[in-house]
Design a protein around this ligand. Structure first.
Ligand code: NAD
Length: 296
């Protein structure tokens, strides 16, 4: 078993770190939230005084932070993780961040003789708790090989998406599909309601016809057809509209820097920005159906 450093013990990082403890690793943990640290210390993890200390005398480090700025501040500079770690240490950043930040940090890690991957996840808090996350991994073959055993202890499906940053590329593209398709399904079901079709009947037809997609068959935004979807618990998240907006804004940044037209992605970002502006971004992202119905 290994010694693993972990920074960012929030909604996702907390359960991911717990799964590494369960797998038998010794953990060194750090978070700005004392409460988050205490939860892991209670399971036997070792508290360290500052972020860089998680990288001392460890085999690997996992980070699960809000955004690119946090990741750069934790990894880079004289007080950063990369300055504190021994050559060969494996770094896994599972935060969802912008592609350039991921590539900058991994290039710096390469230069210092570390092995680092970007490995954002899909699967949400439920997947983090169950250890069934999907990891989309960017980095060299050597970095991937070093990270994979740890990723397998936190997730079920592990994909090597190519070179550094490609994990974030896969994540941003996937979540843009999800954001757009949720709006498409919501519009169709509201239109159907207005025209007098029973939502269950529309679901029975569309779920086996060409409109079929995950947003409909697994996460249907109207109550009834998929009993486990957030629509049946007043849009309690799940995956908040705020998180979806974050990912759609990352897609916008990526589209601008690569000069790629993504008109539907842009429209989706604007609709989720309306949910943010009217104070409804903490409900599940499928609650966008309420915006389309004019309820929020
Ligand atoms: P969170 O806000 O619950 O947790 C983030 C943690 O990082 C907090 O405990 C915070 O105190 C800590 N933190 C922030 N800055 C820090 C610093 N400089 N040093 C040490 N600790 C610091 O967020 P989350 O929901 O766990 O999400 C983490 C990442 O996972 C995000 O990038 C998010 O986009 C991504 N993600 C989240 C979900 C989800 O359903 N929550 C799903 C997929 C991906």
């Amino acid at each position: 078993m290994a010694t693993v450093g972990f920074i960012g013990l929030g909604n996702m990082g907390g359960p991911m770190a717990r799964n590494l403890v369960k797998a038998g690793h010794t953990l060194k943990v750090f978070d700005l939230s004392e409460q988050a640290v205490a939860g892991l210390v209670a399971l036997g993890a070792q508290r360290v005084a500052k972020a860089a200390d998680v990288a001392r005398d460890v085999d690997a480090v996992v980070t699960m932070l809000p955004a690119g700025a946090h990741v750069k501040s934790v990894y880079l500079g004289p007080e950063g993780l990369l300055a504190a770690a021994a050559k060969g240490t494996i770094f896994i950043d599972s935060s969802t961040i912008d592609v350039p930040s991921a590539r900058i940090v991994i290039a710096e890690a390469d230069e210092k003789g570390m092995r680092m991957v970007d490995a954002p996840v899909s699967g949400g808090v439920g997947g983090a708790e169950a250890g069934t996350l999907t990891f989309m991994v960017g980095g060299s073959e050597a970095a991937y090989a070093g990270a994979e055993p740890f990723l397998k202890q936190m997730g079920k499906n592990i994909f090597h998406a190519g070179s550094a940053g490609n994990g974030q590329v896969a994540k941003v593209c996937n979540n843009m599909i999800l954001g757009i398709s949720m709006i498409a399904v919501s519009e169709a079901f509201v239109l159907g309601e207005q025209l007098g079709i029973d939502p269950q009947v529309l679901f029975n037809i569309s779920s086996v016809s060409s409109g079929q997609c995950w947003s409909m068959t697994t996460y249907c935004p109207v109550p009834g057809p998929v009993p486990t979807s957030p629509a049946n618990r007043d849009y309690l998240p799940g995956f908040t509209a705020a998180m979806m907006l974050k990912d759609l804004r990352l897609a916008q940044e990526a589209a601008q820097s690569s000069k790629t037209p993504i008109p539907m992605g842009g429209m989706a970002a604007q609709l989720y920005a309306l949910m943010e502006a009217n104070g409804n971004d903490q409900i599940d992202f499928s609650g966008i159906v309420k915006l389309i119905r004019g309820e929020i």
